[in-house]
Design a protein around this ligand. Structure first.
Ligand SMILES: NC(=O)c1ccc[n+]([C@@H]2O[C@H](COP(=O)([O-])OP(=O)(O)OC[C@H]3O[C@@H](n4cnc5c(N)ncnc54)[C@H](OP(=O)(O)O)[C@@H]3O)[C@@H](O)[C@H]2O)c1
Length: 253
């Protein structure tokens, strides 16, 4: 609740500092969002974002494909252009492409100055035991931040399944979306986007906590990869659990 109120205040204050066109969008809570990649995640998020009034610009390798026509048909007001054109047409960029393609995409889609990257990419690979492991020493979030000069990265949506983004009611309850970023204003802006599609943002700390969030995504996939689909779960954080009213334990402060 506190994070929600903080987000609203920061978004309202930040709107004063954003150029005029984007300011109207932020003030109304509606954003212009480049959705890069139209696979499972992009094709789940794009229609939901468009349905709640955000302007969606798909960045895709083939804007005239049959797949793209179908996706546009269920994304009110959206259009499809190349990945670079999409980045250059929006200041919020939702990154929904595979890890192996990410460095090349960032290198070929700039300039990045002033862009806010909503990064859902997991830098993972298959381990010898058939389960995922993180493929880098740091995280996709931190590496993308280092490649995209002048941009601000917010790690988001990397711990949730694509089908839950498409239809959060499948989870039969609120789903938590942890956010990691070094920029509080950017994090609040992304939190508002997360809330707009019916999920609960949670401030997970600075961008280096992308490492923990990317490890969480490997954990999230265990039931699927062990063919225990009945055990598939989504993350929901129970908050308000500090020992403030507890007895018989030493308080943390
Ligand atoms: N699936 C999940 O539930 C899930 C959950 C959390 C995080 N993630 C992360 O989200 C990202 C996308 O996952 P996904 O499951 O949506 O993947 P996906 O189904 O494979 O789709 C990725 C999309 O990226 C584009 N793409 C593919 N190869 C590319 C290349 N070489 N260069 C540029 N673009 C390329 C394609 O879109 P176009 O054909 O439009 O170009 C493709 O449809 C991944 O990094 C994944 O780790 C996925």
């Amino acid at each position: 609740m506190l994070f929600r109120s903080l987000c609203l205040s920061v978004v309202l204050i930040s709107s004063l500092f954003i150029h005029h066109g984007a300011r109207a969008e932020v003030a109304s809570g509606k954003e212009i969002i480049a959705v890069i990649g139209t696979g499972r995640m992009g094709a789940a998020a794009g229609p939901r974002l468009a349905a709640v009034g955000h302007t969606v610009i798909y960045g895709t390798r083939d804007p005239s494909s049959e797949k793209m026509r179908e996706l546009l048909g269920r994304s009110p007001g959206a259009k499809a252009v190349s990945q670079r054109q999409a980045v250059q047409s929006a200041d919020l960029v939702l990154l929904a492409i595979p890890w192996f393609a990410t460095e090349e995409f960032v290198a070929s889609s700039g300039p990045w100055s002033g862009k806010l990257i909503m990064d859902m990419v997991n830098a993972s690979k298959m381990g010898d035991d058939g389960l995922l492991e993180v493929a880098v020493d740091t995280s996709a979030g931190e590496l993308i931040q280092s490649w995209a000069t002048g941009a601000t990265v917010v790690k988001t949506f990397n711990t949730v399944s694509y089908h839950i983004i498409a239809d959060p009611s499948i989870a039969k309850g609120l789903v938590t979306i942890p956010l990691a970023s070094n920029d509080a204003e950017a994090k609040a802006r992304v939190a508002a986007v997360v809330e707009s599609i019916g999920m609960e943002p949670f401030d997970a700390g600075p961008l280096r906590f992308s490492r923990a969030l990317e490890h969480m995504s490997t954990l999230h996939m265990v039931p699927y990869l062990q063919d225990r689909w009945e055990d598939a779960y989504e993350f929901y954080f129970v908050t308000g659990t500090a020992p403030l009213g507890a007895t018989g334990v030493r308080l943390a402060k």
